[in-house]
Design a protein around this ligand. Sequence first.
Ligand code: NAD
Length: 499
Amino acid sequence: MASVGTPTPTVEVRPVGHFIAGAFRPGQSGRTFETLNPATNEPLATVAEGLAADVDLAVQAARRAFEEGPWPRMPAGERARHLRRIAELIEAAGDEIARLEVLDTGLPITQARGQAARAAENFRFFASAIEVLVGESYQSPRFLNYTLRKPAGVAGLITPWNTPFMLETWKVAPCLAAGCTCVLKPAEWSPLTADRLARIVAEADLPEGVFNVVHGFGETCGAPLVAHPDVNLISFTGETATGRAIMANGAATLKRYSMELGGKSPVVIFADCDLERAVDAAVFGVFSLNGERCTAGTRLLVERPVYEEVVERVAERARRIRIGDPFDPRTELGPLIHPDHWARVNRYLEIGRGEGRLLAGGGRPPGLERGNYLQATVFADVSPEARVFQEEIFGPVVVATPFQGEEEAVRLANRVRYGLAAYVWTNDLRKGTRVAQAIDAGLVWLNSQNVRDLRTPFGGARDSGIGREGGHYSFDFYCEYQTVHVALGDHPIPRFGVG
Ligand code: NAD
C-alpha cells in the first residue's frame, strides 16, 4: 500500500436546493441536512431536505409539463438537439463535475473524469437513438395495424451514491429522449452533481417542469415519490432490499418498474487463459471505483492448477494499490463514501477473517487515520456457504474459491442469489461460450471486462434486478406502445339489433 497526499479540493461547493418547475428553491419545511467529505468526514454541503410536500410540487410540475407542455409532443430531432446541448455543457464543465464527484464520494479524480465523460456520452447516445427509433406495421389485405411508441408519462428516478452523476444521466437521458418528464431523487450522501446537472439543464433551456430534482432521504422523500399517484414509472438503482420495499410501496398505484439492484459477480479464471490479462482485469474490476461498483467482480473462482498462483498475484497487486487523497492523480483507491458504509464494510472484514485466509489488507491503511479509508482486501479459500461469498459487501474486498473443471465453475458462479454480471477467462472459446451462457447473469464479459456498448441491454437476473435499460430497451421502458388498427375496406360487421 502506498498512501499519497492530503485532500486538496479546488471547487466551489454551494448550498443545494431542489430544482422544481425550472427554479431552485429551498424545501417547504425549511429543513436541511449536511453531507460529509469522505476524505475527512468534515461537513461538506448543506442540502434542502425534501419531504412529501416538495415531492408533490415536483410531480405536479412534471405532470403539467407532460400534459400541457411541448416536450412530449416535440419532434424527436428537436428533443435530440436539447440533449446534445446538455452533453456539450457537461463536457464543458467536465473538470468541475469530476471535482464535485471527488469531494462528494471520494472517487479518485482520474476515475471521476472518466465517469463525467461517460455521462456526456449517455446524452449523445440517447439523442441519436431517439432519432432513429421506428414503429412497426403489420399488414394484411384488408387491415393495417401500426404501433406507436408514446412517452409513458412522469418518471420517478431514484439513484444511488456510487458514481452518482453517471448513473443519474443513465436514467435521465433516455427518459427525456423518449419524451417523458421526470423527478430525480438522488442519494442523500451524494447530492452535489445532481445539483450541477440541474444547473446544466436550466442552461440548456428545457421547457419548465420537464426535469425536476428533489433531494432527501429514502423513506421521507423517495417513498412519497414512489407512492405518488401521478407518477407512472419508477426507475430505481440501489440495493435489492430497497427495491423490494419500493415495489411494495408502489403497488397501490400500479407502476412500471425498472430495477437495477445489487450484485456479487463471479470472475471465472480457467487455467488455460492469459493469466496476465485475467489478473489485471480482476484487480481493476474489484478495486476501481473504490470497490463501490455494482458490476465489481467480487468472487474470484480459479481453476485448481493455477489457484495459488492467481490468488497470490492478485494479493500482491492489492498490497501495492495506491490509497490516499482522491484528488491526487496517482491515487487508485480513495475513501469509501460514508463512515456508516465504512463500518459496514469493516464488519465484513471481521466476518471474512473467520471465513477465509486473509492474504492482503483487512483494515484501515496505516497513516490514514481520518476519512473512510480501507485497504484493498483479499480473502482466499472461502467456501460458498460463507457470508463473504454470499452477501454484497460493496467495498474493496474480493474472496477467492478454487474449482475443478467447467461444471463446478458454473455451479459456483450460480451459487448466489444475485445475477448482475460475470467475467470468464479462457483461451478455449467453445468452453468460454458454454460457460458464459450457463451463468445466470444479465451481462457476461468473456476475456473482457467492464466495457459497455450502450446499444446492448443492461440489467440483472434474479435478485439483481427487473427489466433492462440501454439502447432501444430503454425506450421499451420509457414508452407506452399503442396499436392503431385500420380497416382498408368494408369488411363484414355482424349486425346486431336489426330484428
Ligand atoms: P440504497 O438502496 O440504499 O439507496 C438507493 C436510493 O434509494 C437512494 O436515493 C435512497 O435514498 C433511495 N431509497 C432508500 N430507501 C427508499 C425507499 N424506501 N423508497 C424510495 N427510495 C428509497 O442503495 P445505495 O446504498 O445508495 O447504493 C448501493 C447499491 O446500489 C448496491 O447494492 C449496488 O449494487 C446497487 N447498484 C446497482 C447498480 C445496477 O446497475 N444494478 C448500479 C449501481 C448501484
